[in-house]
Design a protein around this ligand. Structure first.
Ligand SMILES: CC(C)(COP(=O)(O)OP(=O)(O)OC[C@H]1O[C@@H](n2cnc3c(N)ncnc32)[C@H](O)[C@@H]1OP(=O)(O)O)[C@@H](O)C(=O)NCCC(=O)NCCS
Length: 192
């Protein structure tokens, strides 16, 4: 399936048929079916889908995005340097404008569409940047396949694994459910 030639981008609406969609993760399927519309009406996140031109009732993949910021003032110097490395000194800030990919899923039938989907997202937020938006951010599920997917698509970890681990009230490390990853959109602007 070719995402750009065989599918059409749509904003989620009450008319979208969501019942066939299955990305293999029940929580994401349920988010799409039960919550995504409410997120959009509360202005908290907008969901977009690619439907098949050959069958508009079928969804190949979806994403939910919202405005975010990459705040680096409370991070160690090492992390700040990693983020600031591509930003001219005079323009360095404590917080940079970003878009959060809150949810993203590819239907199991259309595996392989995930990377073209990420190319689309990068292009969408870097061409005709309507508001300043420097970074894509994602709280990636801490699972080998998911991390590999984002790494393959040039996302980097913001923090080392040990720096992301939080402790519970008894001081025991909590399982790390997600890893914060980022992509710098400057790489896609014409001058770069
Ligand atoms: C993570 C996810 C988005 C990746 O999407 P994807 O389409 O599988 O990603 P890719 O485009 O990278 O393709 C993955 C692999 O499938 C392979 N592939 C391509 N077409 C395929 C097909 N028809 N059948 C099986 N595999 C196929 C690709 O070669 C690629 O292999 P590689 O990683 O060795 O290069 C998807 O697996 C998914 O929706 N997972 C569940 C939801 C989820 O975890 N979302 C992330 C939340 S943070």
């Amino acid at each position: 399936l070719n995402l750009t030639s065989d599918c059409t981008l749509q904003r989620l609406s009450h008319l979208t048929n969501l019942h066939l969609f299955d990305c293999g993760k029940p929580d994401l399927n349920e988010f799409l079916k039960d919550d995504a519309i409410n997120y959009a009406s509360e202005l908290l996140g907008v969901t977009y889908l690619f439907t098949l031109d050959s069958n508009p009732n079928e969804i190949s993949c979806f994403l939910t995005v919202s405005n975010d910021a990459l705040r680096i003032d409370h991070f160690p110097n090492k992390i700040r340097r990693k983020i600031n490395k591509e930003i001219p000194h005079a323009k360095q800030m404590r917080s940079y404008p970003a878009v959060k990919i809150g949810r993203l899923g590819v239907d199991l039938k259309y595996k392989g569409v995930g990377s073209p989907l990420m190319d689309f997202i990068k292009g969408w937020f870097s061409s005709n940047n309507k508001t300043g938006c420097r970074f894509l951010l994602v709280d990636a599920y801490n699972e080998p396949d998911v991390l590999k997917y984002y790494q393959k698509n040039d996302f980097q970890f913001l923090l080392e694994e040990e720096d992301e681990i939080q402790k519970d009230r008894d001081g025991n490390p909590k399982p790390l459910r997600t890893r914060l990853m980022f992509f710098d959109l400057i790489h896609l602007t014409p001058a770069n």
